[in-house]
Ligand binder design. Sequence first.
Ligand code: ADP
Ligand code: MG
Length: 682
Amino acid sequence: MRPDLLNPLFAEIEALKGVGPQLAKALHRLGLVRVVDLLFHLPTGAIERVRAPHATPALLGRNVVLEVKPFDARQSSGRGPTRIYAADGDGNVITLAFFNNPGWAKKQLPLGEAKVVSGKLEAYGDQWQMVHPEVLGTGEELPLREPVYPLTEGLTSRRVHDLVVQALERAPQLSEWIEPSVLGREGWRPWRSAVAELHSDPEAASSRKRLAYDEVFANQLALQLLRQVSRRKRGVPLQGDGRLAARLNLPYDLTGAQRRVVEEIRGDMAQAAPMLRLLQGDVGSGKTLVALLAMLNAVEAGAQAALLAPTEILARQHHATLLRQLDPIGVRVAILTGREKGRARDSVLMGLASGEIDILVGTHAIFQEKVGYRNLGLAVIDEQHRFGVSQRLLLSAKAERPPHLLVMTATPIPRTLTLTQYGEMDVSRIDEMPPGRSPVETRVISEERLGEIIDGLGRHVDAGGQAYWVCPLVEESEGTDAAAAEERAAVLRQHFPGKVGLVHGRMKGPDKDAVMAAFSANELAVLVATTVIEVGVDVPNATLMIVEGAERFGLAQLHQLRGRVGRGQGKSTCLLIRGQQLSETGRARLALMRETSDGFRIAEEDLKLRGPGEILGTRQSGEAAFRLATPEMLGELVPLATDDARLLLDRDGGLAGERGQAARLCLYLFERDQAVDLLRSG
Ligand code: ADP
Ligand code: MG
């Protein structure tokens, strides 16, 4: 339960004076739903005004507040502006121009009546001009410095600020949760005063840093609580004897890295404290085999294992791979996704409950409440970026006897983001590729040469090769992306009739699977796709990857796409098609792709090399969790907050002391409340 102290902050925004349905709607569009959201909606800058008795050249270009007396009004014919001529205190003529609503302008500025106008002073011939000034009565005050907020239609910065002032009035003083030595060194103000300062002085760097720190601290503390509570539970120690693994018929040896990681996992699983392990390995590094061996370890020890894939396509692919390898040795594998219905579903559920099924593969359906396992010993989450902290929480910290947990990700993220996303987990890395891979040759080509690219694709296809063609992200909307992909597929089908397949996120599951299956079986030579193929798909014969509008992808995403090829024996190529207008940053980003195939280096650079707003879908998972802390701040704040959180829990694991209680407030404030719940249940 949230402490009463914070209730005023979590009230709906409509509780503020003057917020009716229409204003609320505009605020909601900005994600401002509760009072607290408004406090964290920080200004991006400030507007400065000067009050002056009359216009002077020194004031040109500045925001000036002047008292004037209108003496003439003229309305241009057609769409021209309404001009109102007014005299300032020195008798200078100031032209006030209004481009719409002439009636309104004339009513605001009746001839002969003194008014105060405020706006940017510009030169107009040898006269002075203000376009769309604000108009006030002579007694009215206008702040000389005013914060500027991110806005949407129907809102002004002043309106937002007025609401913020109300919100600040409701904000309580909160006792301090930051370690005194950190607070002292940084010279930070108390929380409430820091918020207030930022809303009047957007440049107050120290207070901005403090709020960002609070947010990161809440996140890191929540993860560590999750770890503490999970590790305190008794799971099931599982020690396989290797008899099933020995019977596997693998066409290759494990790489050194695979071997090491499998040992780390087996070591964890032998303990009663449940495993919490993250397995990082670049695309193609062979994580599936590691998962398979971990699951066999569980089965050998008499437990069940479950493998969660993020998409239907991947679940089916994993299922097929596992069946091929496990059926011959008598391990029973089943699949469960949203598409298994009726009898098929019932029989899987029964098999799980009775223990007849050893390994279950599927999408999120496999961890729904209705799915009861006889003895689930290991849960493996593949390509987890759609499986967040709260789901991990349900699996481990909230379970009576939590299963061992292995999370696998191919998304190479910078170290700081690993900490914010998986701070509760131990990390294993596969840092070695299976032998015999030749690096993918990467080329950047202008879209003007589309004809040549299609000719090249033709030669590749004639020689029996297969290729992916990935269409650009148009918007962050699957609908528009799908339309672009359909268009591209239509063009390619004219060149290669009967050989082109299309998959995109708007298609129904079975239709997608059918296309993927046909491509896997080499019945299709070209697969046109939106980024749905980004994760996991494995077709070794496909050795050409073409990415259209490459500059619009995040580097980490391009890296993942490129990882789809270079999986078989043949030499592989990745063509990055770029648009005709490419910024400096865009150029540097694509050059980096040509230069390196090191996913972790690419991820670090991706964080640095972003033209603001230039690229869609590039927020790395993990950044998205923060609204106050920017990517540039994370590098410094994450290690600091992580240590602070650890120290606090070492001293006061139940968050019962004075600082512990304060830290609970911080968790609630940033809505990491699930972590507080853990303290009660754990
Ligand atoms: P990812 O880590 O991206 O999930 P996969 O598990 O799909 O990678 O493996 C990529 C490819 O490498 C697969 O075709 C797999 O059979 C193969 N592979 C895995 N381990 C080895 C190994 N030790 N030696 C050779 N090939 C391997
Ligand atoms: Mg994989």
